[in-house]
Design a protein around this ligand. Structure first.
Ligand SMILES: *Cc1c(COP(=O)(O)O)cnc(C)c1O
Length: 440
């Protein structure tokens, strides 16, 4: 594995690319052979005003709606209409246990044990709850290490935790930065930082897949390193869940959080996931914020004042959760459960590899892929830098029916999602992109 890695870095190319060919026929042939192709029919693909399917490449921002979602939500609306409060016990899927219907399938998606996973709140809220438990600063060991291109919400959350504990929010943040003139991060640099400052760092919080570059980190390696220096280690998996095989349990991470509206297709602002490693499942010494949903299910409704902590990730819940949002998650997880992460990632590598191949074959030297070339170090997203381009390029792409995401100053993020994007989508994306570049 190591050898391949070095080779790829040296050549700057993904060696699997030789198997692809140019031309629309090849894309159509790949679609024909694709076992997951029928899943596209299970999603609503957004259309332009003339009724043509858009080329939707922003499943990393908001995943598309499964056609089944409405039915799942309607069922709960119906039960609410007919049963009122009794729905907690008598609905077809009794609401009292609703989060439990999601746990196993969500745990499978992120490679965790059911006791380690809970669907609750939203991502940034969960991040704070995890820091309440796992960010335990002392006077000398209080700093938080994040990657320099961290998603703004994570950075703001970290800074506010520092202030909350009475620390300076500038001095308390340590950045894992790319080297000069580079965009991806090197583990050696992280190792160096820990060697020099590990005794000051209380928490390491890294985006498992960086939202900007698409770099997928070695979670186990980072966790082992952090633990070696006595740091708690957590991951934000917003861009990882449903995209790569996270294997959270084996990573050994203390905690992880993710949202369900990106690759997990559960609707705008839908509930988030949270992972707390099994070794913390029965701990009573951890700080935590609690509510009635953290309390023993058997005695919850006795409404007594003696608190009895639920074991596992469930014990971090606060409130009774929104059933309508969980119904949308259930609809989506049923699809993930059918497909499985193995098949999904297999197609994903092919689909994104195809995009990489087509981009590499462009003659324009101003187009540069800044995401990792090694398929083990990325998910489906490719971040494409177009040197000297500005936002007009993005407007033109949108006008041409290609929905991508623009990041200043000059990066287009494209995420061909294996559940609903086709090889033909990728072909058309690059053709239209090429056309726009030629226009100048
Ligand atoms: C999408 C995303 C968020 C968004 O946070 P919400 O609380 O769901 O609004 C936060 N962090 C990362 C890394 C993200 O990718």
């Amino acid at each position: 594995m190591k050898k391949i890695h070095v080779l790829l870095l040296e050549t700057g190319k993904n060696s699997n690319l030789d198997s692809y060919k140019l031309g629309l026929d090849f894309a159509l042939e790949l679609d024909k052979k694709d076992a997951l192709a029928p899943y596209r029919q299970q999603f609503y693909i957004p259309r332009d005003s003339s009724g043509n399917d858009l080329i939707y490449m922003t499943g990393n921002s908001l995943g598309l709606q499964p056609k089944s979602t409405k039915e799942y939500i309607d069922k709960e609306l119906e039960d609410w209409a007919h049963l009122g409060v009794e729905g907690h016990f008598k609905a077809k899927n009794p609401w009292l246990h609703y989060h439990e219907y999601l746990t196993k399938k969500m745990a499978d998606v992120v490679g965790a044990k059911p006791i380690e996973v809970i669907v609750m709140n939203t991502l940034t809220v969960n991040l704070h709850l995890m820091m309440v438990s796992f960010y335990k600063p002392s006077k000398t060991k209080y700093k938080i290490l994040i990657e320099s291109d961290t998603f703004p919400s994570d950075r703001f959350a970290v800074e506010s935790q520092l202030r909350h504990h009475g620390f300076d929010d500038k001095d308390g943040v340590i950045l894992w930065k790319p080297r000069k003139g580079e965009t991806l991060l090197h583990y050696e640099d992280l190792e160096k930082t820990l060697k020099n400052q590990g005794n000051e760092i209380a928490l390491i919080l890294i985006g498992a897949v960086n939202y900007y570059t698409g770099q997928y980190f070695d979670l186990k390696r980072i966790t082992e390193l952090g633990h070696q220096y006595g740091c708690a280690v957590g991951f934000d998996c917003a861009h990882g869940a449903g995209n790569v095989k996270l294997d959270l349990h084996n990573s050994g991470a203390d905690f992880a959080v993710w949202c369900s509206y990106k690759y997990l297709n559960s609707g705008p602002g839908s509930l988030a996931g949270c992972f707390i490693h099994e070794r913390h499942a029965y701990r009573k010494d951890l700080n935590r914020f609690t509510g009635w949903w953290s309390h023993n299910k058997a005695t919850r409704f006795n409404m007594r004042n003696e608190f009895d902590q639920l074991p596992g990730a469930e014990g971090w819940q606060l409130s009774n959760p929104p059933i309508l949002s969980m119904a949308a998650i259930k609809a989506s997880l049923d699809i993930f459960d059918q497909v499985g992460m193995d098949a999904l990632v297999e197609k994903s590598n092919k689909l994104t590899g195809y995009l990489e191949f087509l981009l590499d074959s462009l003659e324009e030297s101003i187009v540069k892929i800044i995401s990792p070339r090694n398929t083990n170090e990325r998910g489906c997203q490719l971040s494409i830098q177009v040197i000297n381009a500005d936002k007009k390029l993005h407007h033109k792409l949108t006008k041409a029916g290609v929905i991508t995401d623009w990041r200043e100053p000059d990066v287009i993020r494209c995420a061909p999602v294996p559940l609903y994007n086709s090889f033909e989508d990728v072909y058309n994306l690059v053709e239209r992109f090429k056309g726009i570049l030629h226009e100048g």
